[in-house]
Design a protein around this ligand. Sequence first.
Ligand code: ZN
Length: 241
Amino acid sequence: MRYAVLSDVHGNLEALRAVLADAADRSDAVFCLGDVVGYGADPAACVDLVGERCQEVVGGNHEHAVAGRLELDWFNPYARAAAEWTRERLDADARAWLGALPLVREVEDATLVHASPAGPDEWDYLVSAEDGFAAFSAFGTRVCFVGHSHIPRVWSSGSWGRDWEPHPQEIAVEAGCRYIVNVGSVGQPRDRDPRAAYALWDTERRRIAVRRILYDVGAARAKIVAAGLPRFLADRLGDGR
Ligand code: ZN
């Protein structure tokens, strides 16, 4: 099977459409790791499209925020303004769907979780080498896919020890080795590359690739400005920060 694994869409419909178009011929199923909404100008359309196209979806902190399951004090001012704006633009069905998403799913030999398998509702970020190494004991599958930091990463753990790849492109899934893959962000990349990110996992070829996809950043930015959301949320898309 070939799986597309995407995360942190954040209401960016232009980026989501570009990623789903790229994944269409390359994958048999699509998984989403949460934060479908928040920051971007098209939360309702993104919820609909993810609901239609993704076979498995787990919830992120922004889902919990709009569903009223997470205090907005937890957020920085930009995230908070976006969460309040987003909450008003989703109908009761969409909010209920987001609020009911599980935080962890196991599919094939993979764990899907938004933030960290070690405490999925604590919203810790896996960024450094040590962050990832410490999380291997928290899941039992061969691979764990995460998002949340908006920065692609791969950590590996085998009998020979542990390693990580801070700028992953394509890795071979080796026998006797386990992996944590941060798939990056579709709608708000923060690794100074403004292109949308997602991962492809091919279980037969035993490969995991992080793909970067060009999309219409200008259109997504203009919509954020027109919606009256904080200007910083538009500007950061152009810089990938
Ligand atoms: Zn996010």
